[in-house]
Ligand binder design. Structure first.
Ligand code: ZN
Length: 305
């Protein structure tokens, strides 16, 4: 197929891969993200490759959402079913036109190998930012169970680690577990969670434009690690390396926005210390230029030096 498209370019939608061992809390995280999307009136399409009968209870999605949920069975989406995954994602795009899309993998899948399917045509035409998240069972790591092989491969290729079930271990143990994960995945942000409850903006960073319209934090019912968003302004004409260093200095979990660099217009996207500047598919309105939204942990009052 040639890639001469007759459809206008899209800014693309964000995509998420959620991996992690069976029982780590992947499905619970998906449920939180579905509820968040419903609250905001956004369509979240889900492809689940979780084996067995653990898939999301369809009733949770409501009748409206039923065509935006697909279960893929008979193999693993990171290898055997990768072509089927691409076809399914494309079908979802054509049928549902979701605002966000996520893939929940089985416990044995490798997140990066799953993620690269978002970069294949024709999916790459409509997916903008894609990140791989691995949900880790804190208790499992604390007990030293199954840490080699698949677990280490999953953790080392994640963009973000959700350290779930931290309520089941002591604060000292949490620190030790975080150190262990940092050895496997240097520089990857680790977000502590209870019941897989993590604010959705960590995964789906709002555009400066959307931020002005919505107040997603206004009615977050859960108690979880708190995040704050901040806007940083970057003047036109700065060179890319300087921009990357400047954004990195904010130590944000996520960063997103448009900048006019010395080399032209770029879309800046960041996960942890990884900051990418890519040529955007569309020209953003002028008022969005130079405005980077960063999401970071709220400063805790008990932090001392
Ligand atoms: Zn696989």
């Amino acid at each position: 197929m040639n890639n001469q498209s007759t459809t206008p370019p899209s800014t693309g939608i964000p995509a998420l891969v959620i991996s992690g061992f069976l029982g780590a809390g992947k499905t619970t995280l998906v449920q939180h993200l579905l509820k968040d999307a419903q609250r905001q009136g956004l369509r979240l399409a889900v492809v689940s490759n979780e084996f067995g009968a653990l898939g999301i209870d369809q009733a949770l999605l409501g009748t409206q959402g039923s065509n935006s949920y697909v279960e893929l069975e008979g193999g693993c989406v990171c290898c055997k079913l990768s072509d089927e995954l691409v076809n399914t994602l494309q079908q979802l795009w054509e049928d549902v036109r979701p605002d966000r899309i996520l893939v929940e993998t089985s416990g044995v899948a490798l997140p990066f190998d799953t993620l690269i399917n978002f970069w294949r045509e024709p999916v790459s035409d409509w997916v903008n930012e894609s990140i791989a998240v691995v949900v880790v069972n804190a208790e499992q790591v604390a007990e030293g169970r199954d840490l080699e092989g698949t677990f280490e491969q999953q953790v080392s290729s994640a963009d973000l680690l959700i350290l779930n079930k931290i309520d089941l271990i002591s604060a000292d143990t949490i620190e030790e577990v975080e150190k262990q994960l940092a050895i496997m995945a240097p520089g990857t942000p680790i977000i502590g969670a209870t019941n897989a409850s993590v604010a959705a903006e960590v995964f789906f960073t709002p555009d400066p434009q959307l931020k002005a319209k919505r107040h997603p934090k206004a009615h977050e019912p859960h108690t979880h690690e708190m995040f704050e968003s901040e806007e940083i302004n970057i003047p036109s004409g700065v060179d890319p390396d300087t921009i990357i260093q400047q954004v990195q200095s904010h130590q944000a979990l996520r960063a997103k926005g448009f900048v006019h660099t010395s080399q032209g217009l770029r879309l800046l996207q960041g996960v942890g210390s990884r900051i990418d500047l890519i040529e955007p598919a569309v020209i953003p309105p002028d008022e969005l230029l130079g405005r980077i939204v960063v999401i970071r942990r709220s400063k805790k009052p008990d932090t001392t030096h």
